[in-house]
Design a protein around this ligand. Structure first.
Ligand code: C2E
Ligand code: CA
Ligand code: CA
Length: 848
């Protein structure tokens, strides 16, 4: 029988040619040589020898012996011995008959496919014919004659070489020319084996010829030699397997954490088993669904259903939790169900085996068909696969571990959502597909009460709120959307394929869907989300610009009902606001934020009665930032309380210094709308007064008209409570709001400040002057003092004095001054009047 040596076997390149071509060649050759040589000899035939040749043939074919010399494997067979006996005792014809029958029995038993079966039988016939031809040339044969020995040896060498040539041609036809290793192996076998076979045969025949009893000695000897060979062969095969598995382990050591890594593993298995195709199926892992990787040459389908189908019979047998393990399914022995499974793969033989992932889940590995048509998988391959599985499992675990590390690097640990880096990569990948042409929407969503919840309820609570929000966004985002977690309370939703209007609609839908209450830390908290929208390509075509613009839009979203889209005019403004908002706290700590004081004088006496405290921010990059630019911002981001306390502190500190000089000069502090809603405002003001030791009567709080008449303020006791501290309440910017003077009657207000918009125009406009006059009169009727702010010229001052306005404030008197310059101003312009009888402190007056 022909068995191409496994290491010296077919080259890697597999050719897909019909196996019938070599078979046809073998049959033609066998007939050409066989017909002239093989015909029954005249005379009696010893049938027991024919039987012996048949039995010997069956044994020789079923027990092939592989012997390893160095790194090569040689097939050794008892066939030579059997042939010599047959040729000598019954002649070529009967030897051919017995041998062919033996071959037929073994090959059918081993379920050889028809072309291979016919090839091997024809090859056997050719070998016998060649041997017969040579023997015939030598004439009569006598076992005692050395010439006969030479004849036998030549016959066997000729027969082996003939067979080798035929096999090499067959390999060349089906799988390309064999390498020189094949020739080395085959030639060594072709010379060494006949010498051995002839030697043993001669000894046996001479011994048996002298006395049949010698068989009793010879047979056990031959059997012992046989067993010895088998053992050596097994050890050799195991050593070869270990070597292969070791090489395999080295190859899969450096797997990469992506699909290429899985492919690497499959390719290594394919190399090791010299297979047509290898498929590796792995269960879902992290963000990857189940995947199937198939490696093979270009002609095999990239994808076939078998390995990924849990109902597939081969896979089921291999991964069966009880009794599963490597299985070998060959078309010849397959059940109907298995044959269908093989057909589905277009394979003759499949080795299937379970693999185990890092999480302990089952995957499935399958190896299809040898790359050579003449050789099929053997039990030894199954053993190699078995030994290799440990390494495959280790490689899969390593591949998954690397994938996990990579996954962790671009995912948020809390929510499991992709993080900012990952979002940027996704955006760029999406947009670079067709630069300038791809549409995509980007929505930033920020949890308004995140900082508040963290500050008041702690991180565990805000984490819970984040998880709820992440869930809401994921649930309500369109199917193809990618939801990512940015830092803090900010999320992002990438919407591939959406235009700007479609993205805006999606953002509004998200806002409506997410506007709910969530049970967090035992409390029902609002999920308050603000959305900023940007879209590609209109707003940018890189992740950098798109994300920056969504950020800007988000800022605008705070002041426009929860959803805003990017617009170029937002840019400058918003970036600055963003910056200012984040720097507010540190700017106060670093004294970038300070106050200036603007004197307020008595209209009649010109005595300085008060100073108004006005906040200033000397920003290192933006220069002097006017209060109008950051007071509203501080209100929005919930830091106005801190700013108010800061200003109040500096004002009272100033007041305290004057008191220390025994001067009673009151300070005015502006109170923003939001401040009145703070439940602890009264306590904080009281504490500040106490801290600085300033009597309430020296503090004026200025409130803008709009907020004072707001229902919630009027219904609360906050104004009364403040008033109860002994301080004055002044209504700022009077005339810009819609309050009627009768409403004011019910409020604990001491003073009105006519808004500077009326005062500034008084000197030129009769109507403005008329409004001012009415305000003064009406206020006086209500028992309120009147202050005019924005007095810039003497005409206005005189008009106001004539109207009876009580106090004046404006550039005519002084601009707002920093502390030191105010001191100089006071020194230069004022004198000190002794305290009035009964009053504890002295008063400042303007020197004439
Ligand atoms: P306001 O309370 O009406 O303050 C008066 C504003 O008019 C000040 O502007 C002041 O510099 C300006 N002004 C004073 N005299 C004249 C004048 O003769 N002519 C003109 N054209 N303007 C004059 P400023 O300092 O820019 O403050 C603007 C606003 O910012 C203030 O208006 C006030 O509403 C708010 N603000 C300032 N400081 C604070 C503060 O500490 N807390 C709060 N909540 N708001 C403040
Ligand atoms: Ca004011
Ligand atoms: Ca004002």
């Amino acid at each position: 029988m022909v068995d191409a040596p496994s290491t010296a076997g077919a080259p890697r390149r597999a050719l897909h040619r019909s196996p019938w071509a070599p078979t046809l060649l073998a049959v033609v050759l066998a007939v050409a040589f066989g017909v002239p040589v093989l015909h029954p000899a005249i005379g009696p035939v010893s049938w027991w020898v024919v039987g012996l040749v048949f039995v010997g043939g069956v044994v020789a074919e079923s027990v092939p012996l592989h012997v390893e010399f160095g790194r090569e494997t040689y097939a050794f067979s008892l066939m030579d011995l059997v042939l010599v006996i047959g040729l000598l005792e019954v002649g070529p014809f009967w030897t051919f008959v017995a041998r062919t029958l033996a071959l037929l029995v073994t090959l059918v038993h081993q379920r050889y496919q028809l072309p291979k079966l016919v090839f091997n039988i024809a090859n056997g016939a050719l070998e016998v014919a060649l041997a017969g031809l040579v023997l015939g040339a030598f004439g009569s044969l006598d076992i005692a004659e050395p010439l006969t020995w030479l004849a036998l040896l030549t016959a066997l060498i000729a027969s082996t070489l003939g067979g080798t040539l035929l096999v090499s041609t067959a390999i060349t036809l089906t799988a390309g020319p064999p390498g020189w290793e094949f020739w080395r192996g085959m030639l060594a076998t072709g010379i060494v084996m006949p010498v051995l076979g002839v030697g043993i045969a001669i000894v046996v025949l001479i011994l048996v010829g002298s006395s049949a009893w010698t068989l009793v000695v010879v047979l056990p000897l031959v059997i012992a030699v046989l067993l010895l060979f088998r053992t050596t062969a097994r050890v050799g095969r195991e050593r070869r397997t270990v070597q292969q598995v070791y090489d395999f382990a080295r190859r899969v050591e450096e797997v990469s954490p992506d699909e290429a890594g899985v492919r690497q593993i499959a390719s290594a298995v394919r190399e090791l088993l010299n297979a047509e195709r290898v498929a590796l199926w792995l269960p879902p892992f992290l963000e990857d669904g189940p995947r199937l990787v198939v490696v093979g040459n270009a002609e095999v389908p990239d994808w076939y259903a078998g390995p990924s189908d849990p109902e597939d019979p081969i896979r089921r047998r291999a991964v069966d939790p009880v009794g599963g393990g490597p299985v070998l399914v060959a078309s010849a022995t397959a059940t109907d169900e298995e044959s269908a499974a093989l057909a589905r793969r277009g394979a003759d033989e499949v080795l299937g085996a379970p693999v185990v992932t890092a999480a302990g889940e089952h995957g499935y590995l399958e190896v299809c068909d040898r790359r050579s048509d003449l050789v099929s998988f053997e039990a030894g391959d199954r053993a190699a696969l078995d030994a290799m599985l440990t390494h495959v499992n280790a490689a899969i675990r390593q591949q998954q571990l690397l994938t996990r590390i990579r996954y962790d690097a671009d995912h948020d640990a809390l929510t499991g959502l992709p993080n900012r880096q990952r979002l940027a990569v996704e955006i760029d990948t999406l947009l670079s597909a067709e630069p300038g042409d791809v549409r995509a929407g980007l929505v930033f969503a920020s949890l308004d009460n995140y900082t508040e919840v963290t500050d008041t309820l702690g991180h565990a609570a805000s984490d819970e709120l984040l998880l709820v929000t992440a869930g809401l966004l994921r649930e309500h985002a369109p199917p193809r959307a990618l939801v990512a977690r940015m830092e803090g309370g900010q999320f992002a939703v990438l919407l591939p394929g959406l235009s700007l209007p479609a993205t805006e609609r999606a953002a509004r839908r998200l806002r409506d869907a997410a506007a709910t209450r969530a049970r967090v830390a035992g409390l029902d908290l609002d999920v308050l989300l603000t959305f900023g929208v940007a879209a590609a390509p209109v707003h940018g075509d890189t992740s950098g610009t798109l994300m920056q613009r969504a950020d800007v839009a988000l800022l605008a979203g705070h002041s426009s009902g929860g959803v805003a889209s990017y617009h170029p005019v937002l840019d400058q403004q918003s970036l600055r606001r963003l910056q200012l908002g984040t720097e507010l706290e540190s700017a106060m700590a670093e004294k970038q934020i300070t106050v200036v004081f603007q004197p307020i004088v008595d209209t009649r006496t010109s005595d300085i009665v008060s100073v108004e405290t006005l906040v200033r921010w000397a920003h290192p990059r933006y220069g002097n930032v006017p209060p109008d630019d950051f007071i509203g911002l501080a209100e929005q981001i919930g830091r106005i309380g801190a700013v108010t306390d800061y200003v109040l502190d500096l004002a009272l500190e100033r007041c305290r210094k004057w008191l220390d000089q025994d001067i009673a000069l009151s300070v005015a502090v502006n109170l923003s709308a939001k401040c009145l809603a703070e439940p602890d405002l009264v306590d904080r003001v009281r504490a500040a007064l106490r801290r600085h030791g300033v009597p309430g009567s020296l503090l004026t709080l200025e409130l803008t008209e709009g907020i004072v008449v707001d229902d919630s303020v009027r219904n609360s006791t906050v104004l009364a409570d403040l008033h109860a501290l002994g301080l004055r309440l002044s209504m700022d910017d009077f005339g810009t709001g819609y309050s009627s003077l009768s409403q004011l009657r019910q409020l604990p207000i001491d003073e009105l400040k006519i808004d500077k918009s009326f005062v500034l125009g008084m000197s030129t406009s009769q109507s403005e002057s008329f409004i001012a006059r009415s305000i003064v009169e009406l206020a006086h009727n209500l028992g309120l003092r009147v202050v005019a702010e924005g007095v810039e010229d003497e005409v206005t001052r005189d008009l106001l004095a004539e109207m009876g306005c009580d106090k004046l404030q404006g550039f005519l008197v002084s601009r707002p001054l920093p502390d030191d310059r105010l001191e100089n101003w006071l020194l230069a312009r004022t004198g000190v009047r002794s305290a009035a009888p009964g009053a504890p402190h002295r008063r400042l007056f303007v020197r004439s």
